[in-house]
Write a protein that binds this ligand. Sequence first.
Ligand SMILES: Nc1ncnc2c1ncn2[C@@H]1O[C@H](COP(=O)(O)OP(=O)(O)OP(=O)(O)O)[C@@H](O)[C@H]1O
Length: 263
Amino acid sequence: MSVEPILSVENLSVRIAGLHILQGVSFDVAPTGVTVLLGRNGVGKTTTLRAIVGLTPRNGEVRGTIRMGAQSLLARPTHRLVRGGLGYVPEDRCVFAGLTVAENLRLAERRGTTPAYDKVFALFPELDRRGRQRAGSLSGGQQQMLAIGRVLLNDNRLLLVDEPTKGLAPKVVTEVAEVLERVAESVPVLLVEQNLAVVRRLAKDAVVLSAGRVAWTGNAQDLLLETALTKSLLGVGSGEVPASARSESGLRAPQSRAKDGAA
Ligand SMILES: Nc1ncnc2c1ncn2[C@@H]1O[C@H](COP(=O)(O)OP(=O)(O)OP(=O)(O)O)[C@@H](O)[C@H]1O
């Protein structure tokens, strides 16, 4: 990567409950756009994000180097990382079901900063309209919007977003992808995503994990061009992305061919 990465992960090793889940993972995240972290189920994608944001369980052991700019992230408490501009949208969304939308947002405000309600409500007008609704009664898509909106209230240097489209209806998947596309115009995103139509729409760079190791890194659009490669790495060929999803995503064909860059 010729430009300085916003995030650099080197030789990351995570052991939890006697399992060696990540076994020397190294990759960079570009300072702009979306870098997607791909891989089959259970290869360690969520474990990677959680290690970056300091949420490995207490019985786990994390080794290696994680840097955001010049700053080392390892062993720093999560609240400090978040205050330092690392935004995290977890896979299970983690909204407070018994609280209203407005209360969920208020809880995310960082002391000493001005929360960007205007920006969040411009992206998600529904959160403004539904301020008094209990978060637990929102649809899955609306909860996802709340989870993303909550993080965007504050300034971020990097966003980690874990499977934001999981379990959502196709129309809502498109809405979430649109929002992330707009978000990524101003803040780099490390995205875990299984939906290849969404990857095709959003991702510039790709890192593919396999069994706790990096199996491939490179241009995401190049990767998706190689049906046999995506099939062997992900268990699904990019050609299996429905044509409707492709045209919906408004993507153009990538210019270059995939590198044979297995790490
Ligand atoms: N706290 C834990 N205790 C025991 N095993 C764990 C723990 N967290 C993760 N694992 C195991 O580590 C492996 C990687 O899990 P992880 O959630 O990172 O995978 P993933 O690539 O995100 O999977 P998916 O795509 O299914 O969400 C899995 O085998 C999982 O069961």
